[in-house]
Write a protein that binds this ligand. Structure first.
Ligand SMILES: Cc1ncc(COP(=O)(O)O)c(C=O)c1O
Length: 377
């Protein structure tokens, strides 16, 4: 296998893939716009909570297997879900996605998802022996969204799971309450589960949980990486009714719980959320305007979805004569890590690059200049 990451590094195997990520991780001058992560400064109260936990050496004990009780309660409260629901804290939405697909999908089953989409989920589904229907949504005709009609058309007795990533990585669309309700009604009628990945929920101006319409069949995937800026702490959760969460728990990966320091940070973050989240969201929204104005200056480039309800844009470059890999590669040489399309699409790899913007304004301003320079070179 030879893969080009950002068109500059040849990844031939396990080791070279890791070495690529180590090299950008080590380089503090690189502006991190490739993984939708949040790089705004962490509030002092959250850092204090972690330091206190380390000072008290709380990490000698294994934490409870499904999470600290206080954190589990705060997550439910954050989602405004009732105590009919259970929370399973994990080392990130990724662990939850693996466990949930592993528990709900079996060989011969079908999962419905989208292209573009978050292909990590597709890979996990395929590891279960399931087939993935990645329905093409990259079109203005359907506002770059999955529609209830598309789902209806392909649902049959083999369908077991609808992956509803909302807001969607990479496009940044979100679904209205009416759309979420319609997806839930289809799922309920057909007896299929909904995997509602709400990793970017806090960025959306308006967001509706599928669990509100279809509690008994929805598993909500929750992450602390993008809203709280905890990507490196590895903290997330999945939430479902007590009956369903129990069933999924049979497939748990981390029998001995999730990092206590990360969980303590999660508790502090959720307790202080109203103090810091509005500022984070405001910065994310303001950064979008800077990038929009830069893209408008590039002949042949455009933003299919604006504004984004996530912390990332798809920038369509198909009319510029440049490839996704070459743009990502040229931006990396200029110190900006963005992502080529291939990571989030099967059909549209020649169409776009993905850039995220939960980063300080000055970095976005530099990005805007360099992006336009790349298309002039
Ligand atoms: C839709 C979606 N789900 C889950 C994740 C991973 O979340 P975590 O860092 O909590 O594992 C990502 C990361 O990019 C994502 O885009």
């Amino acid at each position: 296998m030879i893969l080009l990451i950002c068109g500059v590094i040849q990844v031939t195997d396990f080791n070279s893939e890791n070495q690529f990520f180590q090299s950008i991780y080590d380089d503090d001058s690189i502006v991190w716009m490739g993984q939708n992560t949040n790089h705004f400064p962490t509030p002092a109260a959250i850092k204090r909570a972690m330091v206190d936990s380390i000072d008290k050496e709380e990490y000698h004990k294994y934490p409870p297997p499904y999470g600290l009780e206080e954190l589990r309660a705060l997550i439910l409260e954050d989602l405004s879900l009732s105590s009919d629901h259970g929370v399973h804290v994990t080392e990130g939405g990724t662990e939850s996605l693996y466990q949930v697909t592993r528990s709900l999908l079996h060989p011969g089953d079908v999962m419905i998802s989208t292209d573009p989409g978050y292909y990590v989920i597709h890979r996990f589904a395929e590891l279960c022996g399931a087939k993935v229907l990645d329905l093409p949504i990259y079109s203005a005709d359907n506002a770059y969204k999955l529609t209830p009609d598309m789902v209806n058309e392909v649902t049959d007795e083999r369908t077991k799971l609808l992956a509803l990533v909302d807001p969607l990585n990479p496009l940044g669309i979100t679904y209205t309450a009416k759309e979420v309700k319609a997806f839930c009604e289809i799922a309920q009628d057909a007896g299929i589960y909904v995997l509602n990945d709400v990793t970017y929920r806090d960025v959306a101006t308006l967001h509706t949980l599928a669990a509100g319409f279809y509690p008994e069949g929805t598993v909500t995937i929750y992450s602390f990486s993008k809203n709280c800026g905890f990507a490196g702490l590895r903290l997330g959760a999945h939430i479902a009714t007590n009956e369903l969460i129990q069933q999924i728990a049979h497939y748990k990966i981390n029998d001995l719980g999730t990092s206590v320091v990360s969980q303590v940070a999660g508790i502090a973050a959720l307790k202080t959320k109203l103090d810091w989240l509005p500022k984070v969201v405001e910065s994310i929204k303001a950064n979008q305007v800077i990038i929009r104005d830069a893209v408008a200056k590039i002949e042949g480039a455009y933003l299919p979805v604006y504004p984004s309800q996530g912390s990332m844009f798809v920038i369509d470059i198909s009319g510029t004569g440049k490839t996704s890999e070459s743009v990502a590669g040229e931006m990396l040489k200029r110190g900006f890590f963005i992502r080529e399309a291939e990571y989030t699409t099967r059909r549209y790899a020649d169409r776009y690059v993905r850039a995220s913007f939960a980063i300080p304004k000055q970095q976005v301003e530099r990005f805007a200049i360099e992006l336009t320079n790349v298309f002039q070179s």
